[in-house]
Write a protein that binds this ligand. Structure first.
Ligand code: NAD
Ligand code: UDP
Length: 309
């Protein structure tokens, strides 16, 4: 296959580049490096199966030659990043998704949208099945991400219905692993960096809010299963093992053998109180379920943070 990956120099995107290039496919990675790093794909740069293009997907995307798949992952994803780049985030989700869909249509390629559990907002049902419409504040600070992704789902379904494009939508739940930026502000890189440096771990609120953390290799397997499936409606991919943030902080202190303590900081505005994927659909239709448990995934991620610069 010839696969275009937008956001391919980011955390998840670079693992997808590895997966496809490693399995003999041709990969074109488009990224403007706003939150990604060339180091994430440096090992692929000399390969004849891999091409990097520095480009903002909010601007029309031009690619020579055929494409079998467009995987649209370009968007800031960490709350700290999207609050820093609110307009770029809205543009990546709206104009960027429109451009990526237009390209897929012109190449008669299949299309996969990286959506998010944030479309459920601060959910009033837990766990969240795909049929839940969500509880999103449309004008709060997180709306730049949540509403951009909700729009990107809507325009993807419109291209599917009107243009008969074969589209897939994955709602990704908190995914972690090697190549997350130390300073991207998300809980796992923050806690691991703080624990390794002997600093206090910054738990927001009382740490009672919950998340369900999925290791990146599990996500990549799920995405590939979705690509090969006949599904066009959104599907949750995540690990349903729900934990409080206080538990996560304590676990990371223990697994790093750190002497760090915990310090409590203000809870960000509209921070979801609970989050857990209902993965019945992925299990049944994709025959997918996560395999890496939290301790194992954290150990692998800690190793990466310890030994990379
Ligand atoms: P990331 O910030 O590491 O990667 C995003 C990549 O997109 C970066 O390389 C960035 O430079 C690039 N990018 C952003 N705007 C761009 C633009 N306008 N043009 C070109 N490139 C652009 O984040 P990530 O965690 O790897 O997330 C990747 C995708 O997966 C995002 O779409 C995100 O919304 C989605 N997602 C991730 C998670 C998660 O837990 N990691 C959860 C839900 C959804
Ligand atoms: N969080 C925290 N301390 C940090 C970073 C994040 O307690 O240093 C909390 C945050 O408030 C949220 C959870 O961890 O409740 C997950 O945050 P993250 O930014 O990783 O992802 P989110 O699920 O909010 O997109």
């Amino acid at each position: 296959m010839r696969v275009l990956i937008t956001g391919g120099a980011g955390f998840v995107g670079s693992h997808l580049c590895d997966f496809f290039a490693g399995n003999g496919h041709k990969v074109i990675c488009i990224d403007n490096l706003i939150t990604g790093k060339k180091e994430n794909i440096a090992h692929l740069l000399g390969s004849k199966n891999f091409k990097f293009v520095d480009h903002d997907v909010s601007v029309k995307i031009k690619v020579d030659g055929p494409l079998d798949y467009v995987l649209h992952f370009a968007s800031p994803a960490s709350p700290v990043d999207y609050l820093k780049y609110p307009i770029q985030t809205l543009k990546a989700g709206s104009l960027g998704t429109h451009n990526a869909l237009g390209l897929a249509k012109s190449k008669k390629a299949k299309f996969l949208l990286a959506s998010t559990s944030e479309v459920y907002g601060d959910p009033l049902v837990n766990p969240q099945p795909e049929s839940y419409w969500g509880n999103v504040n449309p004008v709060g600070p997180r709306s730049v991400y949540d509403e951009a992704k909700r729009f990107s789902e809507a325009i993807t379904m419109a291209y599917h219905r009107e243009c008969k494009l074969d589209t897939k939508i994955v709602r990704i739940f908190n995914t972690y692993g090697p190549r997350m930026r130390r300073n991207d502000g998300r809980a796992i890189p923050n806690f691991i960096t703080q624990a390794l440096e002997g600093k206090s771990l910054t738990v927001y609120g009382k740490g009672r809010q919950t998340r369900s953390f999925c290791y990146v290799d599990d996500l990549v397997r799920g995405l590939y299963a979705l690509m090969l499936s006949g599904l066009n409606d959104p599907v949750n991919i995540g690990n349903p093992n729900e934990e409080s943030l206080l538990y996560l902080a304590k676990r990371i202190i223990s697994l790093t053998g750190s002497r760090s303590t915990i310090v409590y900081k203000c809870l960000p505005v509209d921070d979801p109180k609970v989050r857990r994927p209902d993965i019945t659909k992925a299990k049944k239709i994709l025959k997918w379920s996560p395999e890496v448990d939290l301790d194992d995934g954290l150990k692998r991620t800690i190793k990466f943070f310890k030994f990379s610069s």
